[in-house]
Design a protein. Sequence first.
Length: 104
Amino acid sequence: MTIAIPLYGERVSPHFSTAPELMVVVVQQQRPGSTMIMPLAAVSLVDRRNKLLSLGVTTLVCNGIDQATQCWLERRGLRVIANVTGEVEEVLGKLTAISSLTGR
């Protein structure tokens, strides 16, 4: 599983479309593996969407996302988990623990 989380400092960004950075984490055997932080400040919403696809992201975890973008991503097979707030490391830890229980 490859997870993307839009960042605002050490926290999940309030909205995907305005996040200054994106963390991409490859999760293997329910543990975070390689991690990459990408700047997004000058990246359009269309390019943000396409970037998720090109990076092989399977799950986007965010706080806010517009419905059109969420639908666009889901139609392309991405799982979108919205309305998530908090410190990124804490959110990532909870998500990997849940995925080990559900097999996702």
